[in-house]
Design a binder for this molecule. Structure first.
Ligand SMILES: Nc1ncnc2c1ncn2[C@@H]1O[C@H](COP(=O)(O)OP(=O)(O)OP(=O)(O)O)[C@@H](O)[C@H]1O
Length: 231
């Protein structure tokens, strides 16, 4: 086993998250434990309101846990300040949402290049990598198209390329195909799996789509604020 594989890409240890509700608190996560290993694609499947988005926000360092620890690789993040969390988020995490949030005035390639420039890559390196990624995702002939000139599935593939452009350790996705028709959703999911496998990323993907969940390596749910493995 290589050193990279001997530690989880993400490890949530006894994570707690609660929100004020009237005079008390709504306890959404009550000690959630979850490890995701490099190369693994894990489906997060749970009824509405049980805490999927909360879990993704905590795992994505967008919200701090009220208790427990979130390790990205070996790094404990709970006591990091905002600047450190932003750096880990930018360098080690990739995000894909139901709606792509691409920059409408920039081309597909520019949308993938910009985060790499922010990370400090040269323009030539960023363009090379962006072109390779978009070509891998079947968009080699769409590099110069703006999001408004692309289909929904193509836009979502650009969003996937953007999310993995900085070679993150972990991809977090919230209903990445939820806005697409079943056929397009299937194709986008296939490309998502292909890129995760090719890059040896770890992925946590929240979905209501049981067919897609069945094709991932593992399925987990949230029950009474805890992570429970599904068959
Ligand atoms: N910022 C907040 N303040 C107060 N309550 C919140 C906040 N965010 C989420 N909640 C509550 O926490 C619970 C879990 O919300 P969350 O959005 O994580 O659920 P979910 O499983 O993602 O739901 P869905 O599948 O409908 O998106 C819900 O009852 C929600 O109302």
């Amino acid at each position: 086993m290589s050193p990279a594989q001997s530690q989880p890409a993400l490890y949530l240890s006894k994570v707690e998250r609660r929100y004020p509700q009237g005079s008390s608190f709504l306890e959404v996560l009550r000690g959630a434990d979850l490890a995701i290993w490099p190369g693994e694609i894990v489906a997060l499947v749970a009824p509405s309101g049980t805490g999927k988005s909360t879990l993704l926000h905590v795992a994505g360092l967008l919200e701090k846990p009220d208790g427990g620890e979130v390790f990205v690789g070996t790094k404990p993040t709970a006591s990091m300040n905002d600047q450190e969390r932003t750096r880990v988020r930018r360098e080690e995490l990739g995000f894909v949402y139901q709606f792509h949030h691409l920059l409408p005035e920039f081309s597909a390639l520019e949308n993938v290049v910009i985060p790499q420039l922010i990370r400090g890559l040269s323009k030539a390196e960023a363009q090379d990598r962006g072109t390779q990624l978009l070509t891998f995702l079947g968009l080699g002939k769409r590099l110069d198209h703006r999001p408004g000139e692309l289909s929904g599935g193509e836009q979502q593939r650009v969003a996937i390329a953007r999310a993995v452009a900085n070679a993150p350790r972990l991809l977090l996705a919230d209903e990445p195909t939820g806005n697409l028709d079943p056929h397009t959703a299937d194709r986008v999911f296939q490309t998502l799996v292909a890129i995760v496998r090719a890059s040896k990323l770890a992925a946590l993907i929240a979905t209501h789509n049981m067919d897609l969940a069945a094709r991932m390596d593992r399925r987990v749910t949230i029950r009474d604020g805890l992570i429970v493995q599904l068959p």
